[in-house]
Design a binder for this molecule. Structure first.
Ligand code: SF4
Length: 321
């Protein structure tokens, strides 16, 4: 799937980034603990999504932040159904032949944004390799419906790679004008054949580069999961690749194994090692970096959007001299 917020995460070529914790029977360390989802806000968000027939990546990908996010009525909508045409080794979304595209979905997303009172919405999707446009036109319709019903809501999209049709897909989506375009690289190129077998690292990188070239004003964002067996210098190289593609915002989080059938956690990366990655990423020139064990693509996305705006404004001020 579109490599979702829920996924997202080091030994090294020259040794570990910090003292790593090799998991014994996948037991999570203390810094991964999260609150149970029991608040009224959680229940209200759940009810609304059910009543509109909308899927969320928060639930489908078993995101650990769901209690916190849904309490604040922040949910990441997953369009184009709940069934993905790919089977990535890290992702909990079900694989199979998806149903027909729901023509009412764009309007339902807009109603959800209005009822939740969202200032910022993140919309993602499953991979739809069965569709001639990969689902790009549905993203466009969702953006249009949101602009009409909730013009004050800023829009962040997290798309699939639109395999073999990315040029046209990016043209259409960029034309629709989201505020943030996110596409996750997920992991280092060496691990693609096992972790993201249906995708190509350089195709994803080209997609990000193409968005920035076509629409420099749109913020671009990409995420990495760590803990899958990647090495520190490989991660640094991915950061360099992202910067070459003009990516503004890097998110990094710990990969968590959704079920025993999924890829194993090779390492629980310590909060200190995340801080070290963040410092290196900032030095490489990202406008914004979010790196912590529980960081996900859409975690605190609204607050981060405003930080990106402020960072860009400050950068432009400095450039004026
Ligand atoms: S971090 Fe993103 S995917 Fe996870 S619960 Fe929050 S909004 Fe949903």
């Amino acid at each position: 799937m579109a490599s979702i917020g829920a996924s997202r995460y080091l030994a090294t070529m020259n040794g570990p980034a910090a003292t790593p914790q090799t998991p014994a029977r996948q037991r999570k360390p203390d810094w991964i603990r999260v609150k149970a989802p029991t608040s009224p806000g959680y229940a209200e968000t759940r009810r609304l999504m059910r009543s509109l027939g909308l899927a969320t990546v928060c639930e489908e990908a078993a995101c650990p932040n769901i209690g916190e996010c849904w309490t604040k009525k922040h949910a990441t909508v997953m369009i184009l159904g709940d069934t993905c045409t790919r089977a990535c080794a890290f992702c909990n979304v079900k694989t199979g032949m998806p149903r027909a595209v729901d023509p009412l979905e764009p309007e339902h997303v807009a109603v959800a944004a209005a009822e939740l009172g969202l200032e910022h919405i993140v919309v993602t999707s499953v991979d739809r390799d069965d569709l001639s446009d990969g689902g790009a036109s549905q993203f466009v319709k969702v953006i249009e419906a949101l602009r009409k019903r909730t013009p004050g809501t800023t829009i962040e999209i997290l798309t699939p790679d639109f395999r073999n049709k990315s040029e046209k897909a990016v043209d259409a989506i960029v034309e629709a004008g989201p505020d943030v375009y996110n596409h996750n690289l997920e992991t280092v190129p060496r691990l693609y054949p096992t972790i993201r077998p249906g995708a190509r690292y350089y195709a994803s990188l080209r997609l990000l580069e193409s968005v920035k070239r076509k629409a420099p004003h749109i913020f671009t964002k990409s995420g990495l999961m760590v803990g899958l067996g990647e090495q520190r210098l490989e991660v640094h190289q991915v950061m360099d690749d992202m910067r070459s593609a003009g990516v503004d915002f890097l998110t990094m989080g710990q990969y968590l194994q959704p079920t025993p059938r999924h890829a194993k956690v090779e390492e629980f990366v310590t909060p200190q090692a995340f801080d070290a990655y963040a410092a290196i990423a900032r030095a490489k020139g990202f406008l914004l970096v979010a790196a912590s064990p529980l960081t996900r693509s859409s975690y605190h996305a609204g607050d981060d959007f405003r930080k990106m705006q402020a960072a860009r404004a400050a950068q432009l001020e400095r450039a004026k001299g």
